[in-house]
Write a protein that binds this ligand. Structure first.
Ligand code: CMC
Length: 423
């Protein structure tokens, strides 16, 4: 029989902690009774060994490079599904029937417009602002336009609103930054095509959506749609655990995603490749810097907390990158530098020993660039893609029988009690 608990001695007393097994045989020590029984807490900076919840949404095996949404391999979803079908799958647990998908697509299409008063909101933002904080603020501002969703019906409506309005918010934040009038959404276009229209059409000129561009964008959204308990998702759960409403939690997730160690890495990858190209184009010189502990440079788009082999999303994107550059053009110089960086890094002891491989951000920026997406918008697109994952995780948390406010403890290392100096 499989072991069902671990036992150890503490302070002369036996302690028994149960084991919890997941459906893929991942095993955790359930420490819920640890403090009550021993007075001990655990210390795990960065939560590298901490399971914060039990989840049925996404499975990752970092050693084998496996990623599945609700059991379906990412490779199959990337090839045979659409972003809105994947969003439904993540949120409701099963692939939608054709009627469910049709209804969902129709509802999302019909909720893409923002309240007209939102124009004042964008007008109040400096033109120089990065679109990520503008999007985070705009999503948070949705709370001021709509009542807090509480019933299942209201939550379902908020989910549609969020998925529908996110591309509009994203495109408005871009149009505002370049001083162009915003473009209303078009109900005759699909999700990705409508976003491209709002980004690139102007009142003077129609934008003909290229099918390859729209399909590639949809693929990128699918690949970003969920990634279990990453930094931004954990933030959504953390904020949501106080019973904060859905819009507030998603806004917090967008802010967490912006950091350069997380979603912000896609922008940093392109900036890194451009810097290398502008200097001498040498991958080797940059890798020396990335390995030097006295240098702050890191090989952006490389390494991952969970993947200790090739990120399966990077495999898909690497091949998509070749296709897209072949079909619609783009910087082959940057792709060449990226390939060379990857080749040298993967045969370098520093990267081999630490099991550092390309992650999703290594090739995504090159594709966004080829699609004509401005660099500042790369992480916004990551946020658009991650939205259904955040929603699914928020819903799962709110319905979890183990639900409690998230409130970690600490090991205090500051001064012991001391009197205030006499004045
Ligand atoms: N370049 C150079 N060295 C690295 C890199 C890198 N990209 N990534 C990790 N290392 C080294 C790190 O210095 C450490 O070395 P040592 O053991 O000698 O101190 C070792 O590898 C382990 O790294 P870590 O920082 O302890 O690992 P982590 O799990 O805490 O961090 C990471 C994961 C993704 C933040 C990190 O690998 C990194 O900074 N990568 C570059 C930024 C990036 O591409 N982020 C996108 C992540 S994927 C998309 C997403 O989910 O957001």
């Amino acid at each position: 029989m499989a072991q069902d608990a671990i036992e150890f001695q503490y302070d002369g007393q036996p302690v028994r902690l149960p084991l919890v097994r997941g459906t893929e045989d991942e095993t955790a020590v359930d420490i819920r009774r640890l403090r009550a029984e021993t007075g001990l807490i655990t210390l795990d900076p960065g939560y590298a060994n901490t399971g914060a919840c039990q989840s049925a949404i996404t499975f990752i095996n970092g050693e084998q490079g496996i990623l599945r949404y609700r059991g379906y391999p990412i490779e199959q979803l990337a090839q045979g599904s659409t972003f809105l079908a994947v969003a439904w799958l993540l949120i409701y647990g099963e692939l939608p029937s054709s009627e469910e998908l049709e209804r969902f697509e129709r509802e999302v299409t019909r909720h893409t417009m923002l309240h007209e008063d939102f124009h004042h909101f964008f007008d109040a933002m400096p033109k120089s602002a990065h679109p990520m904080p503008v999007c985070a603020a705009a999503v948070s501002a949705l709370t001021t336009f709509y009542d807090e969703p509480t019933t299942d019906d209201e939550i379902a409506k908020s989910i549609v609103r969020l998925i529908a309005k996110m591309p509009t918010i994203a495109a408005y934040s871009f149009k505002h930054s370049i001083g162009q009038p915003t473009m209303y959404p078009r109900n005759d276009l699909g999700y990705a095509s409508n976003f491209l229209h709002m980004m690139f059409a102007t009142p003077c000129e129609r934008y003909e959506v290229d099918e390859t561009v729209a399909r590639t964008l949809d693929l990128l959204l699918i690949l970003h749609a969920d990634h279990e308990q990453n930094c931004s998702t954990s933030t959504v759960r953390m904020v949501g655990s106080s019973l904060a409403n859905l819009y507030a939690c998603i806004s917090a997730g967008i802010s967490a995603l912006w950091g350069s160690l997380h979603g912000g890495a896609n922008q940093k990858v392109i900036e890194m490749l451009e810097r290398i190209a502008a200097e001498d184009g040498s991958a080797d010189a940059f890798l020396r810097r990335a390995k030097d502990k006295d240098d702050t440079a890191r090989l952006m788009g490389f390494g991952h907390r969970v993947y200790k082999s090739y990120d399966p999303r990077a495999t898909i994107l690497k091949s998509a990158c070749h296709d897209v550059l072949d079909r619609i053009g783009g910087s082959s110089q940057l792709l060449d530098i990226a390939r060379r960086l990857e080749e040298v890094a993967l045969s370098d002891d520093y990267f081999i020993e630490r099991k550092l491989y390309p992650n999703v951000d290594f090739y995504s920026g090159l594709i966004y660039q080829a699609l004509g997406i401005p660099v500042d918008m790369f992480t916004v697109l990551f946020a658009m893609g991650r939205l259904p994952g955040w929603i699914a995780q928020w819903l799962e948390m709110r319905r979890d029988p183990d639900f409690r406010i998230n409130r970690p403890r600490q090991v205090y290392q500051g001064p012991r009690e001391r009197p205030l100096p006499a004045s």
